[in-house]
Design a protein around this ligand. Structure first.
Ligand SMILES: [Mg+2]
Length: 167
């Protein structure tokens, strides 16, 4: 239905083939924080996510967190822990402007960039508005913000099947 064929999906971060991304010309990864990298509101990060990010970094990817989280210090701290960037955009996802600002911060071209996130109507919708390829992953934990739960209903209406990786 909505936006079908305009983005890819992967079960987990670690299921995304880094070599494939690189061969497709991607050099920049904009990535969501909550339930994509870390458990919502926490610093809990799974080993496979940590390893995937480390491998992507070693491959030469420039990786930057773009989060709507209110606790921006936490976002910066997680990025620091992982040795990746974070960007404080003036607008929130799915605003196109948030992505344009992030591209500017990274000095990245649209075609060389991919957005990875667990929310269709935030992460992926905004990326698509900016012309950035998106990869939708399953949320790593079930606990999330009340507003996100509303978006999940919309995602289901749009045909998304969520397979929770963890509760
Ligand atoms: Mg998220």
């Amino acid at each position: 239905m909505y936006m079908k064929n305009l983005y890819k999906t992967a079960e987990t971060l670690s299921a995304i083939d880094i070599e494939n991304l690189y061969d497709a010309g991607k050099r920049f990864i904009i990535i969501d924080l909550d339930n994509t990298i870390a458990r919502w509101k926490t610093f809990i990060i799974k080993d496979d996510a940590r390893e995937w990010l480390r491998n992507a970094k070693e491959k030469g990817f420039d990786i930057c967190i773009l989060s709507n989280n209110h606790n921006r210090q936490r976002t910066d701290d997680v990025a620091g822990m992982l040795g990746i960037k974070s960007f404080r955009a003036n607008k929130k996802k799915p605003s196109k402007q948030a992505y344009i600002e992030t591209l500017g911060y990274l000095g990245a071209e649209v075609s060389a960039t991919v957005m990875i996130g667990d929310q269709l109507f935030s992460d992926i919708k905004g990326a698509r508005k900016a012309g950035i390829d998106g990869i939708l992953v399953n949320p790593i934990y079930k606990k999330e913000a009340p507003i996100t739960k509303l978006f999940r209903i919309m995602e289901r209406l749009a045909g998304r099947k969520i397979i929770w990786q963890d509760n």
